[in-house]
Write a protein that binds this ligand. Structure first.
Ligand SMILES: [Zn+2]
Length: 325
């Protein structure tokens, strides 16, 4: 079960409602006040649960701001939009969503379902938005995705940072289709977050980051190591994408897993980037994750070990963005 809502988390102003949620949902972040705002909406399968959490805190949601378009952050956009909320996203994402590009949300690339939504409000670097009762500045922080943004509240020295950095991790970067050069903007973005001098970071996953400086420095070092070693960089992303895939499928039958992975663009690109045969890449990935205990084999099915909320598999019937209406 998800932990109880804690609107008065130490260090946070009362307008900021924060709740850490297990995968495949991003954390719950609601800004109460004149303009009730939700930052990210979790995974599609738990849209109703997200709406219920929001309903406990605010009678309406005026705007949803997406830190980035991954499936675990935009899954209930459609539900909130149909209830009258505006959806706000970065310029890069808004353009692609408007065109229904095949790359939208990396939904097809990663095989992660996202229900169709539109971006009503386009956010550019330096824009200031009233969210809840405070002004938040939009910071573009490309890296984990090209259109990633952070929200900066200078008054309370708070930053909502999506998946760019967490208390224990750094957002994977799409090396498998962009190469290690994609790490340069990611590192620059983390330096920018570092220089804010935030008191607390509100990350997309895991606990609040109450000591931002060491967490960001560690994240920068991790990406710098990946920049030196492309195998490490590809492996880092592949492990996280596979764990997420196992979570949203409620595990995948062992005998079907190679075939499932062999059909994924992120896998074939990863193998090609490190110059390995696809079967060999998959075997290696599974062996190393089984050995580390990140995934486990139980009665013929492979599961991710990290806590996650089960998913109704009918969400896989949703069309990919290129087929949105
Ligand atoms: Zn993400």
């Amino acid at each position: 079960m998800a932990p109880a809502s804690t609107p008065t988390e130490p260090g946070l102003p009362t307008e900021v409602v924060w709740q850490s949620r297990p995968f495949p949902n991003s954390n719950f972040l609601l800004l109460r006040g004149q303009r009730p705002s939700l930052v990210d909406t979790g995974f599609v399968a738990h849209s109703e649960q997200t709406a219920a959490l929001a309903g406990e805190q605010s009678s309406r949601i005026d705007v949803v701001v997406n830190t980035h378009w991954h499936s675990d952050h935009v899954g209930a956009n459609a539900l909130f939009q149909s209830a009258g909320a505006e959806i706000a996203g970065s310029t890069v994402e808004a353009r692609a969503i408007h065109r229904h590009d095949a790359g939208c949300c990396a939904a097809e690339y990663l095989d992660q379902p996202v229900p169709e939504y539109a971006v009503d409000r386009v956010l550019a670097d330096g824009d200031r938005e009233l969210l809840g009762d405070s002004e938040w500045e939009i910071l573009t922080i490309p890296g984990h995705t090209p259109g990633h943004i952070a929200l900066w509240n200078a008054e309370h020295r708070l930053a909502a940072v999506g998946d760019s950095v967490t208390a224990y991790d750094v957002g994977w970067v799409s090396i498998m289709n962009q190469g290690t050069r994609a790490l340069d903007p990611a590192i620059a973005s983390l330096r920018r977050l570092h220089d804010l001098g935030a008191k607390v970071l509100l990350p997309g996953h895991g606990p609040l980051v109450t000591a931002p400086e060491p967490a960001i420095n560690k994240a920068i070092s991790r990406l710098e190591r990946q920049r030196e070693n492309i195998d490490l960089a590809v492996d880092y992303g592949a492990k996280r994408i596979l764990a997420f895939a196992l979570m949203i499928h409620n595990g995948i039958v062992r005998t079907e897993l190679e075939s499932y992975l062999g059909q994924r663009a992120w896998v074939t690109d990863s193998a090609a980037t490190v110059g390995r045969d696809v079967d060999d890449f998959i075997r290696n990935l599974l062996d190393s994750m089984l050995a580390s205990g990140a995934i486990t084999l139980r009665e013929g099915t492979v599961y991710a070990v990290a806590e996650s909320t089960p998913v109704d598999l009918r969400v896989f019937d949703l069309p990919y963005p290129r087929n949105w209406e």
